[in-house]
Design a protein around this ligand. Structure first.
Ligand SMILES: Nc1ncnc2c1ncn2[C@@H]1O[C@H](COP(=O)(O)OP(=O)(O)OP(=O)(O)O)[C@@H](O)[C@H]1O
Ligand SMILES: [Mg+2]
Length: 367
């Protein structure tokens, strides 16, 4: 995928910019608070159909205006397309002027992967952030996965409601069995998809990390199941049996705590640098490199499935990376369309070729 034209109207503080990006590295530079992240966010809207910063449409519209618009002209599979999103109290999606019924149908039309400072939460925050990363990434490559997740959360809610009834003496403990059965079957589908995805991305992310760190360090990603180690499980039936066994074992505890304490909704990723937890021991630069390696391996996976490399959006990625890591990252990204935001353009002076765009108070000027 390759963006050949960008324009927006009434998007946050942006003063209706319109420009033609380069097919390689594009540097969006400017002082703090000028609109760099707003620009990247508006591009990613075309992928995620919502902002990576907020779910409130009203925040995306320039103060005092009623509607914002983002338009991208992009090449995909040898064709030039025009994608447009209109944002008011609702969102409307168009591809080549044809309206799409809803955002769900528009997902996948334009593919980009974004790294923003909040991506660091994948490494630094609670297990739920790592599950979220995994769930979004797996859904993008396997649409059926989202329906497994929806089914699982419904069964889980029913099981938790039943735990409350049992605790208050209104239901019998044996009535949990059908829910344990359903939870473990659907749970096995989820874990199966996650493991398959990880099998694909973990060697890639390790390789990318090695490249970014100049071959000095090794990063590994492992699935951490809350039930029982699933690494050795031969198939989904075995995973389902593990989950079922664990639910049975923890019944008493679950009834006391009024919640289901084991299952894929509690699983985690164990990310290590040099065999030590990146979350606990990693430096800022190491954690940033891990998050980047995971995000870039997500892009590789999209390429593997769709045949096209997504556009890479890197918001504020260079801070906390030393010169060597910055250079390795840029080397890795050559031949791809990338948008990088930064305050200081000079840090890219070693690059042979790039386009630059200066943002000042929402106005974009070709640098
Ligand atoms: N709906 C809106 N209408 C008008 N201005 C807005 C709106 N939403 C945000 N802004 C303004 O956009 C600016 C922030 O832009 P942005 O986050 O893109 O900055 P940035 O260039 O990425 O800065 P930094 O280098 O600090 O990350 C702020 O001045 C903010 O007040
Ligand atoms: Mg910013």
């Amino acid at each position: 995928m390759n963006i050949t034209g960008y324009s927006s109207k009434n998007y946050r503080n942006l003063k209706d910019p319109s420009f033609s990006p380069d097919s390689g590295i594009n540097i969006i530079f400017g002082e703090n608070g000028q609109g760099k992240t707003n620009m990247v966010e508006s591009v990613w809207m075309m992928t995620g159909c919502h902002s990576f910063r907020t779910h409130k449409c009203s925040e995306l519209i320039s103060a005092g205006q009623k509607q914002a618009r983002v338009k991208l002209i992009f090449d995909s599979r040898g064709f030039s397309n025009e994608g447009e999103i209109k944002i008011s109290d609702k969102r409307e999606f168009y591809l080549n002027k044809v309206p799409y019924e809803n955002s769900r149908k528009f997902l996948g039309v334009f593919q980009a992967v974004v790294f923003s400072p909040s991506s660091l939460s994948i490494i630094q925050n609670a297990p739920s952030e790592r599950r979220r990363f995994l769930d979004i990434a797996v859904s993008m490559t396997r649409p059926v996965y989202a329906s497994h997740l929806i089914r699982y959360s419904k069964i889980l809610a029913n099981r938790n409601a039943l735990l409350k009834q049992i605790a208050s003496g209104k239901a019998d403990e044996n009535s949990l069995s059908p829910w344990d059965d359903a939870l473990s079957m659907t749970g096995a589908e989820i874990v199966g998809c996650r493991l398959e995805y990880l099998k694909n991305i973990s060697p890639v992310s390790s390789e990318i990390y090695k490249e970014i760190s100049g071959g000095k360090e090794e990063m590994k990603v492992k699935y951490l199941a809350s039930c029982k180690d699933v690494d050795d499980c031969g198939d989904k039936k075995e995973i389902a049996d593990n989950i079922y066994e664990s639910l049975r074992k923890n019944r008493e505890n679950d009834i006391k705590r009024l919640m289901t304490s084991n299952g894929p909704h509690k699983d985690d990723l164990y990310i290590t640098v040099g065999d030590r937890s990146a979350r606990i021991y990693g430096s800022q630069g190491q954690q940033r490199s891990c998050a980047l390696a995971l995000k870039l391996s997500e892009a590789d996976m999209i390429k593997k499935i769709n045949g096209e490399y997504p556009v890479i959006l890197l918001d504020d990625v260079m801070s906390e990376l030393d010169f060597g890591r910055q250079k390795s990252l840029l080397d890795y990204l050559k031949n791809r369309q990338v948008f990088i935001t930064c305050c200081d353009i000079n840090q890219f002076s070693s690059l042979d070729r790039y386009a630059s765009f200066k943002i000042e108070n929402g106005e974009v000027k070709t640098g």
